[in-house]
Design a protein around this ligand. Sequence first.
Ligand SMILES: C[S@@+](CC[C@H](N)C(=O)[O-])C[C@H]1O[C@@H](n2cnc3c(N)ncnc32)[C@H](O)[C@@H]1O
Ligand SMILES: [Zn+2]
Length: 266
Amino acid sequence: MNQLICPKCKNELNISGKSLVCQNNHCYDLAKEGYVNLLSSNKNGSLIGDNRDMAISRRDFLNKGYFSSLAKALEEELKKTKTVSPAVLDICCGEGYYSSYLKERCDGKFIGFDISKEMVRLAAKRKNGVTYFVANMTDIPLKSECIDFAFHLFAPFYESEFYRVLKSGGTLISVTPGEKHLFSLKKALYDTPYENDEAPPKTDNLKLIEQRKVSAKILLNSNEDIQSLFKMTPYYYHTSDDNKKRLDALDSLETETEFLLNIYKK
Ligand SMILES: C[S@@+](CC[C@H](N)C(=O)[O-])C[C@H]1O[C@@H](n2cnc3c(N)ncnc32)[C@H](O)[C@@H]1O
Ligand SMILES: [Zn+2]
């Protein structure tokens, strides 16, 4: 916990009973699930990001292991770190599938945050030994240069804060969809599906040292799983009701997954 700083005055936060407190007496209560809300604005975190149903559907889908090829690749990359017990950060952690997977298999001190309170609540409920908090990636409540290895999956990119929290020589892996990611799902939805653009997030200071693609076919064998996967994608928000209905008739679907690991060093 001693890497956490107060979102208001940026001083260190320390545990006091069931709260985190800074030297200026700004106080943040630990929720019963064990996470803490460190959103710097006055906004209510529960109003931002995915709602509870979307969060539960994402958790149940990922728990079935459909994206385990990505989790495995992250494990391989983390195990390349030479630091003993590295500080590992899951940026925009969602409901915590990947940080849980890595914590079970790798040495390190794990922390994760997301702007969605529903997501962080589910992550904390995993009781997996990872420290979770609600925060905005544009103002990460962590000390500068405290992270050895950060990963960031399918989320908006904000280089200046990612750069600030990484130690010199630290690694950031930002994962974006490869050109054929979920192409058969898109074929089921649209007459003319497009492939994804594989350009990595642009950076001024972080140095892109490798792009590694991880591909695997997955077989979704229920309509529930097909709908859950669809809800996790950005297409869910941009598809007409008529096109959405095309998925209703499917009770199995084989589709490509392609994860692009953009590996950066500070
Ligand atoms: C597509 S989900 C990916 C979640 C997780 N990384 C995964 O792959 O399972 C994108 C996540 O980014 C989070 N997010 C979006 N904007 C954010 C911000 N400004 N700060 C922190 N989290 C943010 C959302 O709440 C959501 O959980
Ligand atoms: Zn403070």
